[in-house]
Design a protein around this ligand. Structure first.
Ligand code: C2E
Ligand code: MG
Ligand code: MG
Length: 572
């Protein structure tokens, strides 16, 4: 209301009904949305208050509320055009302006009084305006990503150069946030590029949603985005990054399917992390890599020690190629116990005894092996070694082996399993293969075929880390898993957290309803074990029942523990 009085200077007390006033305002904003006229409104200080959407488009997205008329039309700042604007303000009578433009052709505009300030319409037929509109359109295309409407890689690099040139380090700083979507590739590969594109658009909107005034956002590669902040406190960049990470925790609904695609963010500040755009990009990239390495779905700010980490990883990558040959990989075995306390078998967990670094956990080196195409070879060795060990245990004990999604890509996993069964002489029904949901996400149909073939061989398949990723119940309907392993995340506080209890109870009920066994991972206390047994969980695994141990100790543990009389019975 107040804005309306101000804008149109109605004398106070004019008997206009409120609804009519509001309808008028609405009509004006609809008009500005749809008109092809390049019209804009300025207040008494000549700051932009409203403008036609079309003007925003041809001006390359550079129109921002509060900007000065002289920044938008530099040709008005001086000379005849300036005098004419002052005259419109003083006399409240409209005038034609001749505005100087960069192309030297000049542009005509119609300036008229509007509320405290003026309105301006570029005169449509002036050749300069047409040339400028075409120029702006081409500039827009060259600088923007067609899919998301964000600025593109070229613009990112130009803008970085601009802000770094204007950054003095003392008072003016700049921040570069690089954003990478987690698991975007799986969505694209399995649900198709249409879904991938829809997701990228929604992701761009979420990024726009966290921007603060003056920030700009870019899409510079497939699923890689960036934000630039200029002249703000570093803490602002970190809070934008956190807001972004949080915004990506909400699933994306596409065709009624909820897709969980998180965002990892790397932050670097100019000038301290880089005075050149390439240098700053590299620093943000390294920070992003660190965020990915620390579990993804988080933001990290660059520091020099990250460089060291990268170098270490590079050197690990090189030595991993030789690790198998040098017999540096080994397996440990963690017992799996029935709720009655009897040992059902062991899960084989791979480790790397690096000659200089010492023991390295699989969470560190398996992603490297996967990225380097070494997982087939390592996976084959693990399976063979685990089955050989199992042959030294009482034959009622099973062995569980983890399969990485990368092992499914080669397409020879069923042959490898058959060969290992042959060469070790193990009964197929003593082998349990643990897969994660990501296996089912990638090339779903083929992988389902593979799992079915393994099932036919008599091998059992369990779904590992259940509950942490997509947990699409579709998989459970389409594939007859023998068991679900509830991720330790839900077990951690199960004795005291009502929400975890509800989830665990629901998973147990659902699995039993589908004729699957349930294993709880990461059981660390007696109270957790008791609660899980009471709720009907079939198998327990965790430090409370037994840590991962050497092959030798596992053999002793197995012989002492004895074995259940009948395997595959359910105790609950
Ligand atoms: P996972 O298959 O879910 O294995 C369980 C992990 O939880 C193991 O970590 C185990 O040591 C740990 N754990 C067991 N009980 C507890 C507990 O009570 N508390 C806590 N905090 N942790 C517990 P680990 O050995 O570091 O293995 C991590 C992951 O690496 C495994 O998760 C699995 O996904 C992968 N992995 C291990 N060995 C292999 C392998 O041979 N091939 C493949 N593809 N992946 C493997
Ligand atoms: Mg496992
Ligand atoms: Mg697990």
């Amino acid at each position: 209301m107040f804005r309306f009085w101000r804008k149109f200077r109605l004398p106070k007390g004019t008997p206009v009904e409120v609804e009519k006033i509001e309808a008028g305002e609405q009509a004006l904003s609809e008009f500005l949305k749809h008109t092809q006229e390049l019209i804009s409104f300025y207040d008494g200080e000549l700051r932009l208050i409203q403008f036609a959407a079309q003007l925003g488009t041809v001006r390359n997205g550079s129109m921002s509320i509060g900007a000065s008329l002289f920044d938008i039309y530099p040709g008005v700042a001086t000379g005849e055009a300036r005098k004419a604007v002052d005259k419109v303000l003083a006399t409240r009578a409209p005038m034609i302006l001749n505005i100087a433009t960069a192309s030297n052709q000049g542009m005509e505009a119609w300036a008229f009084p509007a509320a405290d300030g003026i309105g301006l319409i570029e005169v449509a037929n002036s050749p300069a305006r047409r040339a400028e509109a075409e120029h702006n359109r081409l500039m827009y295309q060259a600088n923007h990503d067609v899919l998301t409407g964000l600025q593109n890689r070229q613009r990112l690099s130009d803008r970085l150069k601009e802000i770094l040139a204007a950054t003095d380090g003392q008072h003016t700083r700049s921040a570069l946030l690089q954003i990478d979507l987690d698991d975007f590739k799986s969505v694209n590969d399995t649900l198709g590029h249409g879904t991938g594109d829809a997701l990228l658009k929604m992701a761009a909107d979420r990024i726009r949603g966290v921007l603060q005034e003056g920030d700009s956002a870019f899409r510079y590669a497939g699923d890689e985005f960036a934000i630039i902040q200029f002249g703000k406190d570093p803490i602002e960049a970190e809070s934008v990054a956190q807001a972004l990470v949080d915004a990506f925790k909400i699933p994306f609904m596409i065709n009624e399917i909820p897709l969980f695609v998180g965002a990892s963010v790397g932050i670097a500040f100019g000038p301290q992390h880089g005075t050149q755009s390439e240098e700053l990009m590299k620093a943000a990239d390294i920070a992003l890599y660190a965020a990915k390495g620390e579990g993804r779905g988080c933001a990290r700010t660059f520091n020099r020690s990250m460089m060291l980490l990268i170098e270490q990883r590079e050197s690990l990558r090189r030595s991993l190629r030789l690790a198998l040959e040098r017999r540096e990989l080994l397996l440990e075995y963690q017992p799996l116990l029935r709720s009655s306390g009897k040992v059902v078998g062991f899960e084989a967990l791979v480790r790397w005894d690096h000659p200089e670094i010492g023991r390295i956990t699989p969470n560190v080196f398996i992603p490297i092996a996967e990225a380097d195409g070494l997982m087939d070879e390592i996976g084959r060795w693990v399976l063979e070694e685990a089955c050989k060990q199992a042959m030294t245990w009482p034959e009622t004990l099973n062995v569980a082996v983890n399969l990485s999604p990368a092992q499914f890509l080669g397409g020879s996993i069923t042959d490898i399993v058959a060969q290992v069964i042959d060469s070790t002489g193990i009964n197929a029904d003593r082998i349990e293969l643990e897969i994660t949901e990501s296996v089912l996400l990638e090339e779903t149909v083929d992988n389902l075929d593979t799992l079915n073939t393994l099932n036919v061989l008599g091998i059992r398949i369990s779904l590992d880390d259940f509950g942490t990723r997509y947990s699409s119940l579709n998989y459970l309907k389409n594939f007859p898993f023998d068991s679900l392993k509830i991720d330790q995340y839900f077990i951690q506080n199960v004795e005291k957290e009502h929400k975890s209890q509800t989830i665990v109870r629901a998973i147990i009920g659902m699995a039993h309803g589908l004729d699957m066994m349930v294993t709880a991972e990461g059981v660390e206390t007696a109270v957790q074990a008791q609660w899980l047994i009471k709720e009907g969980c079939d198998v327990l695994q965790g430090h409370h029942l037994g840590q991962a141990m050497s092959a030798e100790r596992a053999r002793i543990f197995a012989s002492k523990a004895g074995a259940p009389r009948r395997r595959r019975e359910r105790v609950n």
